[in-house]
Design a protein around this ligand. Structure first.
Ligand code: AHG
Ligand code: MN
Ligand code: MN
Length: 340
C-alpha cells in the first residue's frame, strides 16, 4: 500500500480544510464515489448486459432517455438517499427535484445537482461518458428545503466533481481548494490519487465545438473559429480541433492538455444546450479551481442567477487565455446579446 492514497483516505485527510460540516460533506463525497463505482461496473459491461439502447422514455427536456441514463440516475439517488446528508437531488433525468424523505428527520443540509450520465448518446459505440455533480448547502433553516435552495449561483457551490468512464475511470473533484484527480484501480476497487493539484495550462492549442452548427453560432464565435484556423506560428495556430460529444471527456482532455470547449447558442438551442445547475456550474467551479475560466461568452458562468431547475446556458470554458480571446470576439461582434 506504500505510496497509494485512496479517495476515502484523501477526503478524511482534507476535511480539516472545510470550514463547516466536516464529516457530512466527506460522507456525501464518499457516497457519490460508491455510486460511481456501481455505474462504472455497468458502463463497462454495457455491451454484454441488456442495458444499451433507449429506455423508451423522455426526460422533461424532451431528450430520449437511455437505459443507462435511468440506471445511473437510480444509483445516485439511492446512494444519496441512504447516506442521510442530502435533502434534495436535482437531476437531469427527473422533471422536478427529488426530495429525500429519509433525510428529513436527519436535518440533512446538502443539495446535490447531478447529470448522472453525460454523453449518453455515445454509450452505444463505446465512447467515454461521465457523471457531473454539484453540491450546495441549503440556505433555508426551517421546514423542508425548497426550489429556492436549489436555485443558487455557482459561486455558492461547496464542492463539485465529475467522473469519466473512459479508457480508465477517474473521479475529479474540488471543494474550493484546488482540484484533485483519482483513478479507479479495478483490482482493488478503489479510486487512488493519481493527479494531485491539477492545473489547466494557461493557454492551449485545442478547440472543441460542434462545428456542424456553425451557421447558427453568434458572430463572435464564428470569428473565433476562423481565428483558430488561421496560420500563425507565434501563437501555434492553426489549433487542433477535437470534439468527442461528451462534455466530461472533452473538458477532461482540455484540462490536462490545455484547450477550450464551447457550446454556444444555436438555432436548435437558442439559450445554449447545456444545463446551468448540473453541467455548467460544476465544470466551471472545477476549471476555475484548476486556474481556468468559464463564461457564457460575456458573463462568468458561476455568477448567473438561476431561475429554473433545468435552465440552459451557453458555455465557453477552458484555458484562461483562450476563453479571454473568445470574450474579446464576443464583445466586439456579439456585444448586446450574450451567448444566452
Ligand atoms: P447528456 O448526455 O447529459 O444529455 O449531455 C450531452 C451533452 C454534452 O455531454 C455534449 O458535450 C453535448 O451534449 C453534445 O451535444 P451535440 O451532440 O449537440 O454536439
Ligand atoms: Mn450532460
Ligand atoms: Mn445526462
Amino acid at each position: 500500500m506504500k505510496g497509494i492514497k485512496t479517495l476515502g483516505q484523501f477526503i478524511i485527510e482534507k476535511q480539516a480544510d472545510f470550514s463547516y460540516a466536516k464529516g457530512e460533506l466527506s460522507r456525501l463525497l464518499r457516497d457519490i464515489g460508491i455510486a460511481s463505482k456501481i455505474v462504472n461496473r455497468e458502463v463497462n459491461k454495457a455491451g454484454l448486459a441488456d442495458i444499451l439502447g433507449d429506455a423508451g422514455s423522455t426526460n422533461i427536456q424532451g431528450e430520449g432517455q437511455k437505459k443507462l441514463d435511468v440506471f445511473a440516475n437510480e444509483q445516485f439517488i439511492s446512494a444519496l438517499s441512504s447516506g442521510g446528508e442530502c435533502c434534495i437531488v436535482a437531476t437531469e433525468e427527473e422533471d422536478d427535484f427529488v426530495r429525500i424523505d429519509s433525510a428529513v428527520s436527519h436535518e440533512a443540509k446538502y443539495i446535490v445537482c447531478i447529470d448522472p450520465l453525460d454523453g449518453s448518446s455515445n454509450i452505444d459505440c463505446n465512447v467515454a461518458v461521465g457523471t457531473i455533480f454539484s453540491i450546495l448547502r441549503r440556505k433555508s433553516v426551517d421546514g423542508l428545503a425548497t426550489l429556492a435552495d436549489v436555485l443558487q449561483k455557482g459561486t455558492e457551490q461547496v464542492a463539485a466533481g465529475y467522473v469519466i468512464y473512459g479508457s480508465s475511470t477517474m473521479l475529479v473533484y474540488t471543494t474550493g481548494k484546488g482540484v484533485n484527480g483519482f483513478t479507479l484501480d479495478p483490482s482493488i476497487g478503489e479510486f487512488c490519487l493519481s493527479h494531485p493539484d491539477m492545473k489547466i495550462p494557461e493557454n492551449g492549442t485545442i478547440y472543441s465545438i460542434n462545428e456542424g452548427n456553425y451557421v447558427h453560432f453568434p458572430e463572435g464565435i464564428k470569428k473565433y473559429i476562423k481565428y483558430a484556423q488561421v496560420e500563425d506560428t507565434a501563437t501555434k495556430r492553426p489549433y487542433t480541433s477535437r470534439y468527442i460529444g461528451s462534455m466530461v471527456a472533452d473538458i477532461h482532455r482540455n484540462l490536462i492538455k490545455g484547450g477550450i470547449y464551447m457550446y454556444p447558442t444555436t438555432a436548435a438551442s437558442p439559450n445554449g444546450k447545456l444545463r446551468l445547475l448540473y453541467e455548467c456550474n460544476p465544470m466551471a467551479f472545477i476549471l476555475e479551481q484548476a486556474g481556468g475560466k468559464a463564461t457564457d461568452g460575456l458573463n462568468r458562468i458561476m455568477e448567473i442567477t438561476p431561475t429554473e431547475l433545468h435552465q440552459r446556458s451557453s458555455i465557453i470554458i477552458g484555458s484562461t487565455k483562450m476563453v479571454e480571446k473568445v470574450e474579446e470576439f464576443m464583445r466586439e461582434f456579439s456585444p448586446v446579446k450574450s451567448c444566452n
